[in-house]
Design a protein around this ligand. Sequence first.
Ligand code: BT5
Length: 326
Amino acid sequence: MVRHDILQLLAAHLQEYVSGERISQQLNVTRAAVWKQIKVLKEEGFEIEGQTKNGYRLLKMSLSLNEWALKQALTTTSLGRTICLEDELVSTNVRAKELARQGGVHGQIVLAKYQSLGQGRLQRQWESPRGGLWMSVVLRPDLSLADASKLTLAASVAIVDALEELFQLRIGIKWPNDLVFNGQKLAGILGEVVGEWNAVQTLILGMGINVNFPRERLSAPLKATTLYEILGYEVDLNILAAAILKHLEDKLISLEKKEFEDLRLSWLARAVGLGEDVRILQGEQVLQGVFKGISIDGALILETKDGEKSFSAGEVQLRSKMSGYF
Ligand code: BT5
């Protein structure tokens, strides 16, 4: 893609002028075509100065999603090596499922700058304004069905690790996979199996993180926050996506080697409400007990007055005291 080639050239000479003539000769396109692509890059958020005499100078990379910038940031071997980035999609999970059915490769990712109908679990909606990281990964892991369910836990920990690594933030995990900061939801995960439940070959892991936008872009009743609210500045979505994918890939490799203990411990270290009195909603039923931990297969362990019980994700909802049990 000519636009990416121009970017490559400018980035190789960051802060320096590269003449329009040189770009057009090197890439074998007209000066007018160069000018047109530079204009698009500026619209995408790249700060590029243009001078008739000296040419173009890249002053600052864009913070918004860009395929070329994401590829530069990636340090993975399988995840994110094939990228589908759209300006707008109904839902990245929906597109990822389509791609998976058409034979999409393991590790392929789907991103959208805006989702018109982002999905949460159980037919709930996920609000997805511009500036967020809305990403789905197509996974064809070498895992059994039971182990595949651990991938949503792996995704939670991967996001938490990436946020800590990049911004020294400590994010809590509310079982099974809500990421929260001061009791407000920052990110959510939607894992879906493509095809038959008893023959998992493909899993779609959708991750939604509220990043570069103010809280007001989300509807008022939500107990939600954004990274922008927490940090007070905007961050590079490409670097964030790449960091998450790297952490996720490492965890996936451990799971494929049947190593779950590290993941379970990392998850527990961040768990909200651990050791506390919680309520579990199972349809209409409410159970009370102490949140003891998670089992080897990722189920929540509750100590009730009738003894220990375990619940798998999807089946129940957790309500902690901190969130006023709701
Ligand atoms: C989730 O569902 O938390 C999973 C969200 C997954 C979203 C990603 S984005 C990329 C990929 N493509 C998709 O279409 N989806 C995935 P759940 O636990 O059911 O939470 C949904 C509930 O969170 C909603 O009912 C709202 O109450 C609340 N909510 C909706 N949008 C939110 C937002 N942006 N931030 C915080 N809370 C939100």
